[in-house]
Design a binder for this molecule. Structure first.
Ligand code: LLP
Length: 420
């Protein structure tokens, strides 16, 4: 199930026309297909079942309680990167022993909260972090299970802002240093080093960098075991890309085959941390055309969604397909920029995009906005956060209401020395 299809010339999510949601909830609005998310989860878990790899959903991609709960219901654990995400995963009912905690800068408070919850694994990224975690755990009489995030120095061939596995990135420690870490962890009370982890970047379309990473993980896992360390797990990170141009994208069966070939015989527990692959294609950002402005050299389609709702185009040169919600079969009328109302020239959803002639009041769907859409939105220009809707067959529900503008203003405090 893809979730989105054209019926009678109009775009529908499962059995619900997008026009219905726009009429009842207004625009801009994020709309997700529960069926599409379940189908992706099933495809991935079926592919990974023979290699026995667990799935820890990277909550950062879309952390709405309904989305996390849906994936938890399917059997997913969670990969979190902050105390906030930890709280979100726990609130959505993800069992603590299926939660892993990543990130270069966990605070003592966040470590303490994760220890109190009893999470499965801390992926740690530096010597000072190892010492700090050991200290926090000792102060609680606890022992933290630790995975060492290694940097395999592999080029993930993705956008510079979302690559993480190169030597110059802030992430992980050079893989050659792993024995030093395991030795230090063995000396320290409060930590038990059980895993190696690697995440080389996001939106990978080529699977070869994964193979290179696994080969290095394998060598190091064998070396650590030969030295007598109690390595029991490998955390293989996330990063599996999606076809933003409407193409198929990488096949989870192919990824599973590489995992089996390179790591299948090690007898280690395996886990992956996908975010985008599970939820990205399952969402759209629905916007209404405010007006069409014929500029000196260009057609500007001004819509009511903006860079504060979806920052990927301007931040990563991200490409998102844009299509009219009704009259889907109209011919192109030449290239247009689809822009928002924000006072920045970086405020666009598409540049020089072939688009049919569209009119004020029409609905446009910005595709593949299920991952890194709503979670990265801001209230810049005092634009309230857009609502989120989940469709499941014939049913649909608002899973986050539109933020009232009063809620934005209501957070401010004017000190009493400033005149009213
Ligand atoms: N695990 C770790 C340690 C990560 O840092 C990430 C993503 C993931 C898993 C999940 O990656 P995924 O499977 O979703 O690619 N905002 C960017 C993507 C940033 C990804 C950061 N880390 C974007 O919109 O493209």
């Amino acid at each position: 199930m893809q979730g989105f299809e054209i019926r009678d010339g109009a775009l529908a999510v499962e059995n619900v026309p997008l026009t219905t949601i726009a009429e009842q909830v207004g625009t801009p609005v994020f709309v997700y297909s529960a069926g599409a998310i379940r189908a992706r989860y099933r495809a991935l878990s079926d592919a990974l079942a023979p290699v026995g790899a667990a799935i820890h959903y990277a909550v950062k991609a879309n952390s709405n309680q309904a989305v996390i709960s849906l994936l938890r219901e399917m059997g997913a654990g969670a990969d979190v990167v902050s105390g906030g995400e930890l709280a979100r995963a726990l609130a959505a009912g993800v069992p603590a022993d299926r939660i892993v905690f990543a990130g270069v800068g966990k605070t003592r408070e966040e470590m303490a909260a994760a220890l109190d919850a009893g999470i499965h694994l801390f992926n740690i990224e530096s010597e000072p972090e190892l010492e700090m975690l050991a200290e926090v755990a000792r102060s609680k009489g606890a022992t933290a299970r630790v995975g060492l995030r290694v940097n395999p120095d592999v080029d993930a061939k993705t956008h510079a802002k979302i690559t993480t596995g190169k030597a110059e990135n802030k992430f992980g420690v050079p893989i050659e240093r792993a024995p030093v870490f395991f030795a230090r962890a063995a000396e320290l009370d409060g930590v038990e080093a059980v895993a190696l982890s690697a995440h080389i970047g996001s939106q990978l379309l080529d699977l070869e960098p994964y193979r290179q990473t696994y080969v290095r993980l394998r060598e190091m896992a064998l070396a650590l075991r030969a030295e007598g360390y109690g390595l029991t797990q490998l955390d293989l990170g996330g990063g599996l890309g999606i076809g933003y141009h409407g193409q198929e994208g990488p096949d989870p069966q192919a990824l599973a085959a590489i995992i089996r070939e390179e790591l299948g015989d090690l007898g280690l527990e395996l886990a992956v941390e996908p975010g985008r692959w599970l939820v990205g294609a399952a969402g759209v950002l629905l916007a209404r055309v405010i007006l069409v402005k014929q500029g000196v050299t260009k057609r500007h389609v001004v819509v009511d969604a903006a860079m504060n709702d979806l920052i990927r185009p301007t931040l990563y040169d991200g490409y998102h397909r844009i299509q009219p919600v009704t009259g889907c079969d109209r011919p192109d009328a030449g290239p247009a920029d689809v822009v928002g109302p924000i006072c920045e020239s970086g405020d666009y959803l598409a540049k020089d995009r072939p688009l049919p002639a569209v009119e004020a009041g029409e609905l446009l769907a910005v595709r593949d906005a299920g991952a890194y859409g709503a979670v990265m939105s801001s209230t810049y220009n005092a634009r309230p956060l857009a609502p989120e809707v989940l469709v499941d067959g014939d049913r649909w529900a608002v899973i986050r209401p539109r933020q009232p503008v009063e809620a934005l203003i209501g957070l401010d405090r004017v000190p009493d020395w400033i005149g009213r």
